[in-house]
Design a protein around this ligand. Structure first.
Ligand code: AMO
Length: 439
């Protein structure tokens, strides 16, 4: 028989239970992370969204009825009412001596994955049981850092006069080239899931001047790597009356500031993930290298043969990442491998574009945009795209579009780096890959 919630309400979260509350009665609720039964003495690690506290159940101290009732198993959902007692060897320096226990829900005898933290189950198995897996202390740490990162980014941008925008995810035509689109049926028409907020953020920079969006984008890439997923979470930024140089400055300041906030506010999560020592606030300005310098470096140092106009292969990035493990920019990519909305440099062989790298990993790409309509139409045609498919976007350029520049940053990739992890799926609550559509 399960207990009912009735009129019980939590008085605290685990994190709020400190030795200062010694002698006070509290009501906690959560899940049984671990338990030990030593006959006349039982311990339950009760976990909630913020952490855990020890419940100590001693025969003779509490009623026989409650003692009997405290037969729990892993991840039972329980609530307890009890008195806080200082105990320096337990989490938070306290234990709770219960006077009542409610068992709100039970679990099967054997859980599909280890939830005690003693072993780590295989990632795919964990993802199959994600709602359970996300309760693990490791995942708590990852998603606390994610929360801090998003708070920090928003705060940083709001303090600098940015407006948060929301743009459509159902779109009529490609923004980043045609190959990576997910088609959908939109009533009787074909439509697509957006690959990026690109075109809308550009239009809105002509309204709100400094805009950002943090949202999902969809990439139909069949890349089965540890860096690629099909539903990505990106930060898109666009700044009017500014060229690329201003964007480079804002982005590196934002990165510096976010890592500072994480080290200040999430040290215990960093420690749990064992990345507290390696997390250093990067110095700004970040090193800036031109694409040409980078390919020369890779060719010379690692005997590659990359020619101007070629993309840099994963293998080359892997080597480069060993040489340049920190944050750095690669700027002025060949115009021939950039999309239509990127502004060519004075010498049109190059472009006003950049990537932000962390070691081998590309976190961001961006640049100065073309804001002149005729030039944009020409650029579309040169890239083999029919400008008529972009009519509604191009219309926005009839009405005084300011010069603008911006970037798109992959939050999931960045978080993977910040948590010292290797697989991007670890940092996404419900990742979408070519092989995974559920849960
Ligand atoms: P881009 O296509 O480079 O640029 O995307 C921006 C950033 O998003 C991340 N990213 C991905 N992360 C995981 N899995 C994927 N499949 C994936 N694809 C992209 C990367 C990448 O740097 N509109 C431009 C940005 C701009 O110019 O403002 C754009 O979308 O971290």
């Amino acid at each position: 028989m399960l207990d009912e919630l009735g009129d019980w309400r939590k008085t605290h979260y685990t994190k709020d239970i400190t030795p200062d509350l010694a002698g006070k009665e509290v009501i906690l609720g959560g899940w049984v992370r671990n338990f030990r039964d030593l006959g006349g003495l039982k311990f339950i690690s009760l976990q909630d969204k913020y952490g855990e506290r020890q419940i100590t159940i001693k025969k003779g101290v509490i009623s026989d009825e409650i003692f009997e009732k405290s037969k729990v198993s892993y991840q039972y959902c329980i609530m307890i009412k009890g008195i806080v007692k200082a105990f320096k060897d337990a989490p938070g320096g306290v234990e709770i001596i219960p006077s009542e226990i409610k068992i709100l829900n039970t679990t099967p005898d054997k859980l599909p994955i280890d939830m005690t933290g003693e072993t780590v189950s295989e990632l795919d198995l964990r993802l199959n049981n994600r709602a359970l897996d996300l309760r693990s202390l490791k995942n708590q740490a990852i998603f606390e850092i994610r929360g801090e990162l998003l708070r920090s980014i928003r705060k940083f941008l709001f303090e600098r006069n940015f407006t948060e925008i929301t743009t459509p995810k159902i779109i009529a035509s490609a923004t980043e080239g045609g190959t990576e689109l997910f088609p959908i049926i939109y009533f009787e028409k074909e439509a697509f899931l957006t690959q990026s907020a690109q075109l809308y953020k550009e239009q809105l920079s002509g309204v709100y001047e400094r805009v950002f969006e943090i949202s999902d984008c969809f990439r139909a890439e069949k890349s089965r790597t540890k860096r690629h997923i099909c539903e990505i979470f990106t930060l898109d930024v666009e700044i009017a009356f500014s060229p690329m140089e201003d964007v480079l400055k804002i982005l590196e300041e934002m990165v510096h500031n976010a890592i500072k906030d994480i080290t200040e506010n999430q040290m215990s999560a960093l420690k749990y993930l064992k990345v507290d020592k390696q997390t250093v606030i990067p110095e700004i300005p970040f090193p800036r290298y031109k694409y040409e310098e980078i390919i020369a470096l890779i060719n010379k140092r690692f005997s590659f043969d990359i020619e101007f106009g070629e993309d840099i292969s994963t293998e080359a990035y892997r080597k480069l990442g060993k040489e340049l493990p920190g944050y750095y920019y690669i700027t002025h990519w060949p115009m021939s491998i950039k999309t239509f909305y990127i502004m060519p440099s004075k010498n049109p062989k190059y472009s006003e574009s950049f990537d932000l790298q962390k070691g081998m990993l590309e976190l961001t790409s961006g640049g100065t945009r073309v804001h002149n309509k005729e030039q944009l139409i020409k650029a579309l045609e040169e890239k083999g795209l029919n400008h008529l498919a972009f009519t509604s976007h191009l219309n926005a350029f009839d009405y005084g579009m300011p010069p603008h520049a911006g970037f798109g940053l992959g939050i999931d990739r960045w978080l993977t780096v910040l948590c010292g992890l290797d697989d991007i799926r670890e940092v996404v609550m419900y990742p979408r890959t070519p092989d995974r559509l559920t849960p």
